[in-house]
Design a protein around this ligand. Sequence first.
Ligand SMILES: [Zn+2]
Length: 191
Amino acid sequence: MSVGKGKSKGKGVAKGHVLVIGQTIWRFTPNRRVYASRDISNAPIWREHFEKWYVIGENRTSYIVAYSKKIDPLERKLPRIEKKSFAETGKAEGYVFSQLELERAAWAEENGTHIMDRIRYTRDPDLLATIAAASGYKGPPVPTACSHGELHTECDACEDEDRTTADAQEAVRAEEEEERARGVYEDGELP
Ligand SMILES: [Zn+2]
């Protein structure tokens, strides 16, 4: 079941993400360790730390969660997920709320370091430019080829074009000044 958006029943609780009673969630449980092989010297499978839990009840401020739907939500000391912050963020520390979210988090956990290793020492300017753009890096941009396949500042063709453009702009400026001198004004322009 996915997390919906809508009105929460709780009084004074902001609209936003809501959990539904009976919904499956996954709780991060560090002690739950599953290994890929019998060799436990390897790290446990990260995704397997997550245990299936359920939303079994709610009160004004919190959802009450447990590892079994059969548990009485009125039992004391059951873990809770605070409604207000969940409504705002759709997240709660130590939980994921859909299979998609779990798989995405597991992918990031299992591949993040390997990806970082690939990019850490790269000096490939295009790869670095992609990462710079994706990460909001504010440094200078990677130099790119002009339309002639050269570095703009070193390109004769660009230089010619720039000169032509500058000449054309100069011609327009000169013409405007001449019109001004002759007393030709645009509508609303002051003499
Ligand atoms: Zn050029």
